[in-house]
Design a protein around this ligand. Structure first.
Ligand code: PLP
Length: 362
């Protein structure tokens, strides 16, 4: 059997270091808002090339608190991709703001050429999602934002270490959101997330929001939540960050092997924009008859997933937004035809070749 992802194998890559870091945190007696978290915030901000990083509980919280810290709420609109994971949009709707959808492009990320037409008097921000490991067209998005006075909130949950024209994802716009869900390019051993920013006021605001709305214990200036990254996850993430480039290199190598080795006319292989690197969080292929293809692979012992079968605009929970399936042809095409092949840092070369051979016989 070839797993879609093996978190066990990913763990085994750096097991000793993870365990040493976790024990250090366990034995410190300090579990919340401690030195491990502070250290990770500094390390991650430096890695991304931002002045600050605020460590949080999850990527979803990062999106919710980023939108909240910018003061976006009821009556406001945020332009989001039609094809993405729903958490990108939850950050907007959780604050009572309205998502306005832009279709995906041939690289399966938000089509920057569709964004400007969607700007209205109510638009407050653009929320590009660097989906599957590659970056959106940030020159165009930053230019539109500047000309219309809009904020840019990046969703970098799938692209730790990826870069647009050499500048890292997470270093564009006012604030950028990361998830460290275990299977992400940089993953914790539980839930975790963060925002990065160059704006000290925004960083201060998110720091307050994550801790009940207070800076000084028991003095609450604003209404906050509890969304703190715990010391154990922070210690684990410092280890992961040290090896992130190495883990990304392994996935990029697998991506290259798939692109060179898979020869089957029934498949559309993923394309990467010449302006972006691609850390291949997901390797998305498209096939006409997805059910047949996935069944064949399953029978041959290759596990696959679909990212994602229902685009957010068509999700049941967003029925009241009044959108119909068919409105966003590219996002729909991806939702109906995409299959994600196994790709993860701990994957063996034998498994990679196995996937290629099985697919070439399809
Ligand atoms: C994983 C993910 C999130 C949510 O992150 P969590 O840490 O699981 O809350 C948000 N956006 C995208 C694009 C994601 O892939």
């Amino acid at each position: 059997m070839i797993d879609f992802v093996s978190t066990k194998r990913n763990y085994a890559l750096y097991q000793e270091e993870y365990e040493e870091a976790a024990l250090r945190a366990f034995r410190s007696g300090q579990y919340i808002l401690g030195p491990e978290m502070e250290r990770f915030e500094k390390e991650f901000a430096a890695y991304i090339g931002r002045k600050d990083c605020v460590a949080l509980n999850s990527g979803t919280d990062a999106l919710i608190l980023a939108v909240r810290a910018l003061g976006i709420g009821p009556g406001d609109e945020v332009i989001v991709p039609a094809g993405t994971y729903i958490a990108s949009v939850l950050g907007v709707t959780e604050n009572g703001a309205a998502p306005v959808y832009a279709d995906s492009n041939e690289y399966f990320v938000m089509d920057a050429d569709r964004v400007e037409k969607l700007v209205t008097a109510k638009t407050k921000a653009i929320l590009p999602v660097h989906l599957y490991g590659q970056c959106c067209d940030m020159d165009k998005i930053m230019d539109i934002a500047q000309r219309h006075g809009l904020y840019v909130i990046e969703d970098c949950a799938q692209c730790h270490g990826s870069a647009y024209k050499g500048k890292k994802a997470g270093s564009f716009g006012q604030i950028s959101c990361f998830s460290f869900y275990p299977t992400k390019p940089l993953g914790a051993l539980g839930d975790a997330g963060a925002v990065t920013t160059d704006d000290p006021e925004l960083a201060k605001k998110v720091r307050m929001l994550r801790n009940y709305g207070s800076r000084v214990k028991y003095y609450n200036e604003i209404i906050g939540v509890n969304s703190r990254m715990d010391e154990v996850q922070a210690a684990i993430l410092s280890v992961g960050l040290k090896h992130l480039e190495e883990m990304n290199a392994r996935r990029i190598d697998i991506g290259k092997k798939y692109l060179a080795g898979i020869k089957n006319e029934k498949l559309r292989l993923p394309r990467t924009s010449p302006d972006s690197s691609n850390v291949f969080h997901v390797f998305p292929v498209c096939v006409e008859d997805r059910e047949d293809f996935q069944q064949y692979l399953e029978k041959e012992g290759v596990h696959t997933l679909v990212h994602y079968p229902v685009p957010p605009y068509a999700a049941e929970c967003y029925r009241d937004q009044g959108h119909q399936k068919g409105e966003f042809p590219m996002a729909d095409y991806i939702a109906d035809h995409e299959v994600s092949l196994p790709i993860y840092a701990g994957m063996s070369g034998e498994d990679v070749q196995g996937v290629i051979d099985v697919i070439n016989r399809y």
